[in-house]
Structures are given as C-alpha cells and as structure tokens.
Unconditional design. Structure first.
Length: 427
C-alpha cells in the first residue's frame, strides 16, 4: 500500500468511501468495548485470590509478636518494608508501608507542601505567587489531575526513550524559579513505556533548582515486565545523596497492579528528613495503616523472588494482549504510514501517535461505534495535546477477543479521521 499522504485526491476519495462503509458497518454492530484505563483483568485478579483467606483467624501478629489488629505502627510492618526495600532500592528505615493508594500519598504530600511547605521551604507553597511542576509528556493523567486540582501550574517537558529531555529540564529550571516539582514514572513510563537511563536519573538529581524542588518518582511499574529484558532498578536516593541533594526525590509505589487495586499497599520512601516531615503531618490524619492487609501481603508474596514469580504469572496473561495490539496496528495502520506507536517492554499502556489534528476525531468516531478510548489530550496537562495526535491504549482489561475487536475498530476510526482530514470532509 501507499502512504496516505502520497495518495491522489481520487484515491483518497475512493478510500474514504470504503472506510465510511466499513465504519457504518462497525456502528451497526452495537459494540460495547472499553480500552480506557489500565486495569488488571479478572484473570489477573484471580492470581491473588489466596489473599482473601489470609492471614488466618489466629495469625494476626508480626515477627516481633505485635498484635496487628490494633492501632499503631504508622511506618507499616517491618517485614513488608523489608520485602519491598529490595524491590525499590530504598533502605528499610526510609521506606513506609501505608494505605492502599500511592496516588493518595502523592496528593497528600503536594497538599501538605501547599499548606505547610517542605523542610527547606521559606513559606508554604500556597503563599508563593505561583508554584509550577514539570510534566513529562505524554504522561500520566492522574498526576496532572493532582497538580491541576491544587492550583499548580503545569509545564510540559518532552519525553525521550531514556526519560525526560534533560536539556529542556535544565533550561526550564534555570529560567523559572517557580518550579517546585516534577512528575516521573521511571520504569515502563505511562503511557510510552520509556525506561529512564541512569544518566538521565543522575542529571535530574544534580541540576540546580529551588532548594525545595522535589522529584515525584512514581515507580508504579517497577516489576511489571513483558519480556525477559528486565531493567535494573535505579537507586535514585543514593544518586541524589551523592549529588548533594538528598531530599530531592520522593519515591512511590504500590501493589495495586500486583495484587488487588483498591486493596493493596502503597509505599513511600525518601531521605530521613523527608520521611520525618511526612510522618509529622500524616500522624494528624491516621493512627496507623491497615496492618492486617500488610501482613496478608507478606504471607502471600513472601520475598522479592516471590514478587518476581507472581509477576511472571501476570506477564503470561497480558503479554499476548500487547502482542495482539502490535499485530493489529502493524497490519492496519503501518501500510498507510498512518501512525507510530510504542512497543513497550512492560507497564500497562501503548502510546499511539496518529496524524496531527486527528486524535480527537478518531476517539470520537470510536466512541460512536461503541469503543471507549481514553479521551484525546488526556496524556497532556490541561488535556491539551498541541498536536492533537496522541491516543493512549490500555490493553490489559478486556478479554483477548474483545481487545482485538476494539483495536480493529479503533484502526478503522483512525484511518477514517485521517482520510477525512486529507480530503477536507467536514466532521
């Protein structure tokens, strides 16, 4: 086939007629398919059903003999912190095991900084005229929702295959003293699947910045691999300490996509000073996390190797889904040079870039055909993709047959949107 942009007007009009007929037939099928959010499938959730029987009627004490049914231990149980200390490369004394949501912890830390300031802050962030965050794009929409909700200005930073564009980060930090934070998903980044290099990580912790500048290092997909090429976790806290900025990085993770979303455990790690600061504020909110849930996770996962073995079971379920997404995109869009996309080695998403100006139309066409896709622009601050090109695909939730149907329909919508634009057909 020939690239769409190389087709003659007559050829485009003929293709438009064909695609319109294909699309009309798609609509008539009355589909109800959803590839919007990165949720585990029912088969993945079944992998953790043993949790529902743990820790057992008379098995509610930790290794020290503490009765975990009661209040207390705001740091979380030591056994679980030790287990994930190895996974996250955070020393046990600097790692907290908390509630079920790492996003909640991130939100609370930003909110506490707004209310009270961080250890180095001259005043609470809310008393600054402007507070800004750097936002690698395309990026995680829920990160952007936190900062937008709290009135923080967001500044897009382009992503590369090795992480954010360091030169652009350096330029912005040098020019804009209002920048106080930066969102990062360092392993299998949402949605591109990029893996930060150690060189990029070293640069981010070393660049001159405001004394209370923080990197929100969201290691959400640190063990969520799709191939045997497993990246070595970066010891980001040690790199920050070596650079003379020990307080710069705040590390987050959770078991949400390891065991049960909504019934997992969140983790927070940082420098001793940052951890003490966090505990001083969280103590007002809570007298302790759900330690029984933490204990059942220790009993279920056992150790770092147990986590790795469990994640291999996840991989067996979802890797074929990512392979099918790749197959459909190659078969349907590549011959027309209609899009580019990522082929991630882990994580939960595929990032699809269609022709400029066509993403919103393609998503709308898919929706009209009963295929729900993450709204165009969601991977950018304020939902504003300047190219209107990026679409995030979440393959994990639907059964394989439904995923293939959704991808076939989405490809039809993408091609129709692009041909409409090329031939000047009104929406």
């Amino acid at each position: 086939m020939t690239a769409l942009v190389e087709l003659s007007t007559a050829e485009l009009r003929s293709l438009h007629e064909q695609l319109t007929a294909d699309y009309d037939a798609l609509v008539k099928r009355g589909l109800h398919l959803d590839i919007t959010r990165g949720k585990p499938s029912a088969a993945q959730l079944d992998l953790s059903n043993e949790l529902l029987e743990l820790p057992g009627e008379h098995d509610y004490r930790d290794a020290a003999g503490t009765d975990l049914r009661n209040y207390g231990n705001t740091q979380g149980i030591t056994e679980l912190r030790a287990l994930f200390s190895d996974v996250l490369r955070v020393p046990v004394p600097q790692l907290l095991a908390l509630g079920n949501s790492s996003l909640t912890v991130m939100h609370d830390i930003v909110a506490q900084a707004m209310l009270h300031g961080l250890p180095e802050s001259e005043r609470p962030w809310s008393r600054e005229e402007t507070v800004s965050f750097l936002c690698p794009v395309p990026g995680y929409d829920r990160h952007f929702a936190v900062t937008e909700h709290l009135g923080i200005r967001m500044i897009p930073v382009p992503m590369t295959d090795a992480g954010p564009d360091v030169a652009e980060v350096e330029r912005l930090l040098a020019e804009d003293p209002t920048i106080r934070g930066m969102w990062c998903v360092p392993v299998h980044s949402n949605p591109t699947g990029a893996i930060y290099s150690e060189e990029v990580a070293r640069a981010l912790v070393s660049l001159p910045a405001a004394s209370d500048f923080r990197i929100f290092w969201d290691n959400a997909y640190v063990v969520h691999h799709l191939t045997d090429d497993v990246p070595e976790p970066i010891d980001i806290l040690s790199l920050a300490a070596e650079a003379g900025n020990p307080n710069r990085v705040l590390v987050f993770a959770s078991t949400s996509k390891i065991t049960y979303p909504g019934a997992g455990v969140a983790f927070f790690g940082s420098s001793p000073e940052n951890v003490s600061w966090f505990l001083s504020h969280s103590a007002v909110q809570s007298i302790g996390p759900d330690k029984i849930n933490q204990l059942r996770h220790v009993r279920f996962l056992k150790d770092a190797q147990g986590v790795a073995d469990h994640m291999l079971k996840h991989r067996e379920i979802i890797a074929p889904k990512f392979a099918e997404v790749e197959e459909v995109l190659r078969r349907r869009l590549a011959p027309y040079e209609a899009a580019t996309w990522t082929s991630p080695s882990g994580g939960y998403f595929v990032s699809l870039d269609v022709h400029d100006g066509c993403a919103a139309r393609a998503v709308a066409l898919a929706a009209q055909a009963g295929i729900a896709v993450t709204p165009a622009g969601s991977t950018y601050p304020y939902h504003r993709d300047p190219r209107d090109a990026n679409i995030r695909i979440a393959p994990t939730m639907p059964p394989l047959s439904e995923l293939v149907e959704a991808m076939e329909g989405l490809c039809t919508a993408v091609l129709l949107a692009e041909v409409e634009r090329l031939v000047g057909v009104a929406d």
